[in-house]
Design a protein around this ligand. Structure first.
Ligand code: INI
Length: 156
């Protein structure tokens, strides 16, 4: 084993295809997360032809849709985007727990990287602060994570 150079991903993966699965619940926020993700991928030279958006009703539906999308074999990574806001639901904790666990399982079961861009916040204000037009956008962060993981996996 060489100690000289760590192997890590870059924010570039030529020709890679990305799917974004977006929850419509709290759409005002999730559309901003989508804008952030698209902004980041385009900035890193991902072509529009290599991007596909899917929509689902709520965060709870993200894992199954992500799994089906990953299983098509047409994408190098899946980015899931949602916003679960406490107070919006008495079952906040259940939705958060199931969504998080399910998304993690999809990546392990399919071998396709799934980037987690689901906000879980106490209120709308916290959610808006993480879905901004600048660098403070978790959709953008998730997209860059997906790109980095594709690049890393290509080296393994
Ligand atoms: N889904 C969300 O994505 N965010 C929420 O805040 C939310 N609240 O508040 O309930 C929410 N609920 C819907 C859930 O994800 C499912 O769509 C629904 O339970 C049907 O399966």
């Amino acid at each position: 084993m060489s100690e000289s150079r760590p192997i890590e991903g870059e924010f570039h993966a030529s020709g890679a295809r990305f799917a974004m699965v977006v929850a419509r619940w709290n759409g005002e926020i999730t559309e901003k997360l989508l804008e952030g993700a698209l902004r980041a991928l385009r900035r890193q030279d991902v072509a529009d032809d290599d991007l596909q958006v899917y929509r689902v009703p709520g965060a709870f539906e993200l894992p199954l849709a992500a799994r089906k999308v990953a299983e098509t074999g047409r994408f190098d990574a899946v980015i899931v985007l949602g916003a679960v806001i406490r107070g919006g639901t008495p079952h906040f904790d259940y939705v958060c727990a199931e969504t998080t666990r399910g998304i993690g399982e999809v990546a392990l079961a399919t071998g396709v990287p799934v980037a987690f861009g689901v906000l879980t916040t106490d209120d709308q204000e916290q959610a808006r602060a993480r879905a901004g037009p600048g660098g403070d956008n978790k959709g953008e962060e998730a997209a860059l994570t997906a790109l980095e993981m594709v690049s890393l996996l290509r080296q393994l």
